[in-house]
Design a protein around this ligand. Sequence first.
Ligand code: ATP
Ligand code: MG
Length: 265
Amino acid sequence: MTTDPSGGERGISLRDVGITFQGERTVEALAGVDFAVGDGEFVAVVGPSGCGKSTLLRLVAGLLTPTQGTITVHGKTPEEAQRDVEFGFVFQNPVLFPWLRALDNVLLPDRILGERNPTHAEAETYARRLLADVGLEGFESAYPAQISGGMRQRVALARALLYQPTTLLMDEPFGALDEFTRDQLNLLLLEVWRKFRSTVLFVTHSLQEAIFLADRVVVMSRRPGRVLRIADVPFERPRTLEMRYRPDFARLNGELRGLLQVGET
Ligand SMILES: Nc1ncnc2c1ncn2[C@@H]1O[C@H](COP(=O)(O)OP(=O)(O)OP(=O)(O)O)[C@@H](O)[C@H]1O
Ligand SMILES: [Mg+2]
């Protein structure tokens, strides 16, 4: 967390956060989760399936309320931050409307938010610029069925950026893509992040992807998800794909993988 000149706390803070779902079955999904994401920092979360990663993102986005602990986003409650359209959310599946062209899919939040979208006055121009930023110039009129999976995820990223969110929440956004496309989108995401300077909380199953992208990696245990370790990623930026073959990269990868396996017993 950093403090902005007006004295407000910037970034995301989770303090002793837990959530238990009450239903037919009581499920303790997260327990004692405590970490912060600095303003403009890129933090990746890895952990076994079902350990509460998506739940964590939903809590930060104000879509769920913790049963324990507190969360703040730039000094606000998640609900306030949501009202102030601080968040861009990218899901594992791009969730595009098949009957809308790429440009209209990007513009969808503007149709919903109207004047609350900070870029409302120039929304279409801005959306076209974003499509160019994610490498889709010339595909503005394409329908989702006419473009590849990787291109659809680029549209989803452009849409998440439409209202200039301070905070990007990404839930395994590239998990369904082939390795080569994922590499390309990893590089694109880092470029976009450098340009937009948003705070990023990125969930992935892939330790290699987490280390490649992030400033810090949060390793979580099996359910109920707890933080096992927060590792600093010491590699310089801009990151290159070749860095992944360096011995120090492999060492960090091995160290965290060992932790994940211990966490899984
Ligand atoms: N709305 C809900 N009601 C009841 N239980 C829930 C709800 N949402 C999640 N859970 C439970 O909480 C646990 C964590 O789920 P979550 O989807 O956050 O895991 P995850 O780490 O994202 O898993 P994956 O890696 O497979 O996506 C699971 O046991 C799930 O069944
Ligand atoms: Mg999930």
